[in-house]
Design a protein around this ligand. Sequence first.
Ligand code: SIN
Ligand code: FE2
Length: 220
Amino acid sequence: MQSETGMGDLFSEVTPEVETEKLADGAFLFRRFAESAASLVELIWQIAQVSPFRHLVTPGGYRMSVAMTNCGLAGWTSDRQGYRYAKVDPETGAAWPPMPLEFQRLAETAAERAGFPGFRPECCLINRYEPGAKLSLHQDRDEKHYEFPIVSVSLGLPAKFLFGGLVRSERPRRFRLENGDVVVWGGPSRLAFHGVDTLADGEHPLTGRCRLNLTFRKAL
Ligand code: SIN
Ligand code: FE2
């Protein structure tokens, strides 16, 4: 409705349609959903000054090609003893940097859009992929709460995301993820196998020669 001043149209909120792709039941890709990518990247560099990116070792003794850090109340970590969430960064001996409000809001609105209201993640794993890095097919199953989804935000260089089924043998489909794309998987897809194909070389204005990824989890 037009206001008396005739300014109604100027102030009415425009919500642009988000280009959405359904990957499976409970799994959605929202293209360019993270509009403030530049400020997310800036916040990641700040977090990494406190808890630096590191190449974790798997329980089997392999050094991961993806470099990781975390923010929030606990962080995902791995060593010869296994995978786990730790409230203290094993590298610094101090708490992980707090999760920025902007991260939290983005994760919550994406989850809600995918049909998972009330998602309040307390952990955010931050991945850095340099050219040649990859993440093999896996399930996210170290969290206590499978009733909540995983929310993943892609920043910087594009990547090929592999999204499979509930068994490793199911051939995964491949989706190109670009800067600002958000993937949510939960409900019947919560334990879907997923991974990231070897990152191709390139240069991105926001991140330089890498891809950054945030994954939000309700883990504790
Ligand atoms: C992950 O599976 O934890 C990260 C996925 C991604 O980098 O897109
Ligand atoms: Fe994962």
